[in-house]
Design a protein around this ligand. Structure first.
Ligand code: RB5
Length: 145
């Protein structure tokens, strides 16, 4: 599985840690690459665009709280970005919401928990069925308001 991963300065350390810890994925790292202050929309939009174009199968977006990253990613058509602070949320974000971008707050979750959250999201299947009807309604809102 090919994952795009991006963060601002607040998430860059956790981004690097995740790239080393998650073995069953190939990463496209769109930055940022150092802890110099930067603007999260610049990097999270690259994550969203790589998922939208199919360059990546899914994405991981990080900032300090995860809030700015999730607001940004969810502005893009077809992106279902889920800010998760525990493994249950991560699993359900795939099972019910088919989240194609996982968002983490690097100042909110610890390193070990972050790795487990990512693995829970990667391992969970999308259940489809009644959930697809709901996702279709979200797509219609994206198109028609
Ligand atoms: C950067 O200081 C911080 O505002 C950013 O990482 C994020 O938490 C925004 O939502």
């Amino acid at each position: 599985m090919k994952l795009v991963i991006g963060s601002d300065h607040a998430g860059v350390r956790l981004k690097n840690l995740l790239k080393g810890a998650i073995q069953n994925a190939e990463f496209i790292d769109v930055g940022t690459y150092n802890e110099e202050s930067c603007d999260y929309p610049d990097y999270i939009s690259l994550v969203a665009k790589a998922v939208m174009s199919g360059e990546a199968d899914a994405g991981i977006a990080l900032c300090g709280t995860g809030i700015g990253a999730s607001i940004t990613a969810n502005k893009f058509d077809g992106i279902r970005a889920a800010l998760c602070t525990n493994c249950f949320m991560a699993e359900m974000s795939k099972r019910h919401n088919n989240a194609n971008v996982l968002v983490l707050g690097a100042r909110v979750v610890g390193d070990d928990l972050a790795v487990r959250i990512v693995q829970s999201w990667l391992d969970a299947p999308y259940e489809g069925g009644r959930h697809q009807r709901r996702l279709d309604k979200i797509s219609a809102i994206e198109k028609n308001g």
